[in-house]
Design a protein around this ligand. Structure first.
Ligand code: AMP
Length: 282
């Protein structure tokens, strides 16, 4: 039977006792509205850990003003039965008051890595992410934690935080899970109208074009790759580009000349919905 826990102290007690029994603990942090992308992470965790914890928490700290915090999909009943089906042991779903009983005075704030890509247009987003993930690591103290490549920058930021703040957790990055037609799964895809859903394919099409140019055409100029990608996206009337970038896959610095491995990442509004996608091309 899966346990559902809402209280921080109860979670800490349970985790401490499981750790004393020598169990390995795997954590999959999520904001819920679970889909196959999340389930992939969970299945990976189930294979590697004795006890799998999924957290579901829509973290107000990581949403900016005018973003979708209020309307973010909350489907706890459905999420809970999905978790049970894939053999999650513990579902941790605290309320906002439980996670932030007072107005937070303490944040985990990272420099540089968080100013780029999504950080540029989502001020404070990664401060919210680091703070909540740091709290979850302290509450659950997992041996392993699982994140998706879909949020590539998030993974690199958390990795940096874990290294610098000496959290003793191993991080695992899982590949991007896509719909059959290529759209990366996202809880936000449900905001798309049928017409927008079709146009949303331009993100993957642009990434495929980048891969073709870099791998097959041996294109080395990042600006040429970016321009070709932008052309594909701009063909869609509901699209508005936030960024299209070619970066160093470790530092996330923009690169002008592509040699070896490169991260190609993009964020595009389709109507009002902001979608992200990326590929590491070598
Ligand atoms: P979220 O609930 O959107 O905060 O995502 C929770 C975790 O699931 C994050 O580590 C995401 O990177 C990961 N994730 C979300 N969508 C996908 C996907 N399509 N493929 C793989 N991982 C994903």
């Amino acid at each position: 039977m899966m346990r559902i826990i809402e209280k921080v102290t109860e979670m800490q007690k349970l985790m401490d006792s499981l750790k004393c029994q020598g169990k390995t603990i795997g954590l999959v942090p999520t904001m819920g509205a679970l889909h196959e992308g999340h389930l992939y992470l969970i299945k990976y965790a189930v294979r590697e850990s004795d006890v799998v914890v999924v957290s579901i928490f829509v973290n107000p700290l990581q949403f900016g003003q005018g973003e979708d915090y209020k309307k973010y999909p909350r489907t706890l009943n459905n999420d809970s039965s999905l978790c049970e089906k894939v053999k999650v042991d513990v579902l941790f779903c605290p309320s906002v008051e439980e996670m932030y009983p007072i107005k937070p005075l303490t944040y985990i704030d990272m420099l540089e890595l968080t100013d780029k890509l999504c950080g540029k247009s989502r001020a404070g987003h990664f401060r919210g992410v680091c703070t909540v993930v740091g709290k979850l690591f302290n509450i659950i103290k997992p041996h392993n934690a699982y994140f998706g490549q879909k949020d590539y920058q998030q993974f690199m930021v958390i990795k940096q935080m874990v290294d610098e703040l000496n959290f003793s957790v191993k991080l695992k990055m899982c590949p991007i899970v896509r719909e059959k037609d290529g759209l990366a799964l996202s809880s936000r895809n449900r905001y798309l109208s049928p017409a927008e859903r079709k146009q949303a394919l331009c993100l993957k099409e642009a990434l495929d074009k980048a891969k073709y140019l870099i791998r097959n055409q041996k294109e080395e100029k990042a600006s040429n790759v970016i321009n070709e990608m932008k052309k594909i996206i701009k063909r869609q009337p509901f699209s508005r580009i936030d960024y299209v970038e070619v970066c160093d896959s470790e530092t996330l610095e923009k690169i002008t000349s592509i040699k070896g491995k490169a991260l190609v990442a993009l964020a595009v509004f389709i109507g009002k919905t902001r979608l992200i996608d990326n590929d590491v091309i070598s």
